[in-house]
Write a protein that binds this ligand. Structure first.
Ligand code: MN
Length: 328
């Protein structure tokens, strides 16, 4: 049996009141895992409260059927914080939960991480970290089974949304036969594939569509059509009124083109820093480029914050990527 279960047993034996949190700018996986895990703790006769630093993106609001996700408010003290232990889901860094971190880190009793990201090997011993899992939601499903409980419709829908999101609609490499067995069970319980997909991927605003048009118009084609660079500027955000996070998702569009193996997005939020995101297909490892510049990520998805101007950053990243595409 995976060693994380016994560690979780011990943690649950030790405490009775829990805060559940996830990374800042939460995504479908973190949120779905939180809702299902909150239900499990309730079934195990524990007291739990979900507490995030950032609001739920609109397209994921539908999974929070009972409004159980609370947003941390710096100005309002969280009562009796000292009585709680914390579960951190979908990140292996406690300090990655966002603004709530500095307010709660020295006051809570203890912390336990449930996550599926690479890295964090030093934390493997005392937590539940399973890098082979497609998503934190898949791990939470396994945990619910381990405690011989069954997800409700609410939890099943939340877990389905989490797995759908983190597997890129069942495409990414960690999508396993086990992932599909879990999905089959969640659908049996009532999770509706059509409705969930529509809520997450087909509920875009006109503003974000206009932002996409502006971003596409900045497209630069490099290295014999293998790499496409796009820009997301504060001006575009002001002109369209679309949220930055919606614009960021457009990085995936160039990879839908035949023959394109790398997509680069140079982006800046209103009042924010210049950032670079890189996505690749196949054997083009962008993690090293990102790490050399103080950023991070995985082989096929990585990013960093730039210290240069917007245009200099575009030139710099093309120069870095040119190593992958030697001129012939
Ligand atoms: Mn995840």
């Amino acid at each position: 049996m995976f060693p994380g279960f016994k560690k979780l047993d011990a943690f649950l034996d030790k405490y009775d009141k829990f805060i559940i949190s996830t990374h800042e700018s939460p995504d479908g996986d973190g949120l779905g895992a939180e809702i299902a895990f909150n239900e499990l703790l309730y079934c195990l006769n524990k007291e739990a409260v979900i507490l995030n630093s950032d609001p739920i993106p609109d397209k994921f609001l539908f999974i929070d059927i009972d409004n159980e996700i609370n947003i941390y408010n710096e100005k309002k003290d969280f009562p009796n914080l000292e009585e709680y232990a914390v579960f951190v889901l979908d990140t292996n860094d406690f300090d990655n939960i966002g603004t709530a971190y500095k307010h709660i880190k020295d006051r809570v009793k203890d912390v336990f991480i449930i996550d599926h990201h690479e890295g964090g090997q030093d934390k493997f011993e005392d937590n539940f970290i399973k890098a082979e899992a497609s998503s934190a939601s898949e791990i939470i499903y396994d945990i619910i089974k381990y405690y011989k409980k069954k997800p409700s419709f609410k939890a099943a829908q939340a877990l389905y949304a989490g797995i759908l999101f983190d597997t890129g609609s069942f495409r990414y490499p960690k999508t396993s036969p086990e992932t599909f067995r879990i999905i089959a069970h969640l659908v049996e319980i009532g999770a509706n594939p059509f409705n969930i997909y529509e809520k997450i991927y087909e509920s875009n605003s006109l503003d974000s569509f206009e932002l996409r048009a502006k971003m596409l118009s900045t497209m630069e084609i490099h290295f014999n059509r293998k790499l496409i660079l796009m820009k997301l500027t504060p001006e575009m955000l002001k002109e369209t009124g679309a949220p930055f996070t919606e614009g960021e998702l457009n990085i995936n569009l160039p990879l839908t083109l035949e023959g394109v193996v790398a997509s680069v997005l140079v982006k800046q939020n209103i009042g924010g820093e210049v950032k670079v995101s890189m996505r690749t297909k196949g054997d083009y490892d962008v993690a090293q480029i990102a790490m050399d510049k103080g950023g991070g990520g995985h082989k096929n998805a990585a990013g960093y914050k730039s210290k240069k101007s917007f245009n200099e950053t575009c030139e710099e990243v093309i120069k870095e990527m040119s190593a992958f595409f030697p001129a012939n």
